[in-house]
Design a binder for this molecule. Structure first.
Ligand SMILES: *Cc1c(COP(=O)(O)O)cnc(C)c1O
Length: 357
C-alpha cells in the first residue's frame, strides 16, 4: 500500500513521475543506458535541461532579461550566493524575518554587509506575517521568504510594495500559485518540496542585477559563470533535473499553475475547515497568515497528540508530526498531494474525535 506522505521535505512526487523516473533509471529513452550513467554533455541530456528550462519559463511566464539556473547546494547555499552577487562591499540589504529560514539567510548576509531587518514576526513567534515595514532606499535588495514550512505563511502583496529589487526564497511554495516574476529581482527554490528530488535548486535571476558588487566571486559561486555555461559549468545533478523536468511536464498537463492553485486552495480549505470545526484541534497560525502548503495544527489537550499520531499512522498517514522545534502537527500539501489523501487525513481527525468523544 502506498502511504499518504505529508512530510515537509523531501516530499512526495506525482505518481506518474515516480513511475517514469524509475523507468529511466533502468533504461533512459530506450538508449539501453540508465539516466544515472549518461553524460551531462550528451545531446539526450541537453534536451532534458532545455526542456526543463522552457517548461519553467512557460509555467511562470518568466520574461525576457531573466536567466534560469539549475544549481547544486540547496536553497541554503543561496543564502551565501545572493549577498556575494548582489550586496556591494560596504552595502546594505533589507530582510523580512518571517521564520527560521529567513533567520538563516540573515546570518549569512551578515558576513558580507549591513543587514536591516525591516519587519519581523518574532513577537508572535512567527505565527503571523508582519504587516509593517519600510525599506531604506540604500538597500541593494529586500529579501523575503514567501512561505515558512515550520510556522506559517505567505502574505506577499504587502512586501511587494518597495523600490528595491525583491529577492524571494520560494523553496516551499514556488509553482503553487501564480506570480508576476517581473516584480522580483531574484527567485530561488530548493527543489525537494514542490519541484523535485533534493539536490537541485532553481534560480531565476534578472540579468542586469549581476556584476555590480566589486567582489571577487569564486566561479562555482558566481551566477554569471553558471549562466554562461547554461547550468553546465560542472556536472549538474542530472537525475534531479530529469525528474524536475517530468514534474514540470506533469504540472503543465494538469493545466499549469492556475489550475494547481485552485486545487491547492481547495485542499487547504478542506483541512483548515476540519481543524477549525473539530473540538479537539486548533490552528495556531493567525488566519490571514495561514499557508496553503504547510498546514500547522495542534490539539487543545497536547497529551492526546501521540495517540492521534499513531491513530493516523494506522490509516497510512505519515509525516504529520510538527517540526522538532515546535511540536504539534504539520501537514504539507504541496502540488503533488492528491485531494484524496487530504480527505483521508480529515476523516481520521473526525474518527479520532468520535472515538474519544
Ligand atoms: C526547505 C527550505 C530551505 C532549505 O532548503 P535546502 O535545500 O535544504 O537548503 C530554505 N528555505 C525555505 C523557505 C525552505 O522551505
Amino acid at each position: 500500500m502506498r502511504l499518504h506522505n505529508f512530510a515537509a521535505g523531501s516530499a512526495i512526487l506525482p505518481g506518474e513521475v515516480f513511475t517514469e523516473s524509475a523507468q529511466a533509471v533502468q533504461n533512459f529513452n530506450d538508449m539501453g543506458l540508465s539516466i544515472l550513467e549518461i553524460s551531462h554533455r550528451s545531446p539526450k541530456f541537453e534536451k532534458v535541461i532545455h526542456e526543463a528550462e522552457s517548461l519553467l519559463r512557460e509555467l511562470l511566464s518568466v520574461p525576457q532579461g531573466y536567466s534560469i539556473l539549475f544549481m547544486g547546494g540547496g536553497a541554503s547555499l543561496q543564502f551565501t550566493l545572493i549577498p556575494l552577487s548582489l550586496l556591494p562591499i560596504g552595502g546594505a540589504a533589507a530582510f523580512g524575518e518571517s521564520g527560521i529560514w529567513a533567520k538563516k539567510a540573515i546570518e549569512q548576509a551578515l558576513h558580507y554587509g549591513h543587514v536591516d531587518v525591516v519587519a519581523t514576526g518574532k513577537d508572535t513567534k512567527f505565527t503571523a506575517v508582519p504587516t509593517d515595514h519600510a525599506v531604506p532606499a540604500n538597500a541593494s535588495y529586500l529579501h523575503i521568504t514567501t512561505n515558512n514550512i515550520i510556522f506559517v505563511a505567505h502574505n506577499l502583496k504587502f512586501f511587494l510594495i518597495t523600490n528595491v529589487p525583491i529577492v524571494a526564497d520560494m523553496s516551499s511554495d514556488i509553482l503553487s500559485y501564480e506570480i508576476d516574476v517581473a516584480k522580483y529581482g531574484l527567485i530561488y527554490a530548493g527543489a525537494q518540496k514542490n519541484i523535485r528530488p533534493a539536490g537541485v535548486t532553481v534560480v531565476i535571476v534578472k540579468d542586469d542585477l549581476l556584476g555590480k558588487t566589486n567582489r571577487v566571486i569564486p566561479a562555482m559561486l558566481d551566477y554569471k559563470e553558471h549562466i554562461k555555461a547554461g547550468s553546465l559549468y560542472n556536472t549538474p545533478p542530472v537525475f534531479d533535473i530529469y525528474v524536475l523536468m517530468l514534474t514540470l511536464a506533469w504540472l503543465q498537463k494538469l493545466g499549469g499553475v492556475k489550475e494547481v492553485e485552485k486545487l491547492n486552495k481547495k485542499k487547504a480549505e478542506i483541512l483548515y475547515e476540519q481543524i477549525d470545526s473539530n473540538p479537539l484541534f486548533y490552528g495556531p497560525v493567525s488566519p490571514e497568515s495561514r499557508s496553503e502548503m504547510n498546514v500547522v495544527f495542534r490539539m487543545n489537550d497536547e497529551s492526546l497528540e501521540p495517540a492521534f499520531l499513531s491513530f493516523a499512522k494506522e490509516r497510512g498517514i505519515i509525516g504529520i508530526n510538527g517540526h522538532r522545534s515546535v511540536g504539534g502537527f504539520q501537514a504539507s500539501i504541496y502540488n503533488a498531494m492528491p485531494i484524496e489523501s487530504v480527505a483521508v487525513l480529515t476523516q481520521a481527525m473526525k474518527d479520532f474525535t468520535d472515538e474519544i468523544g
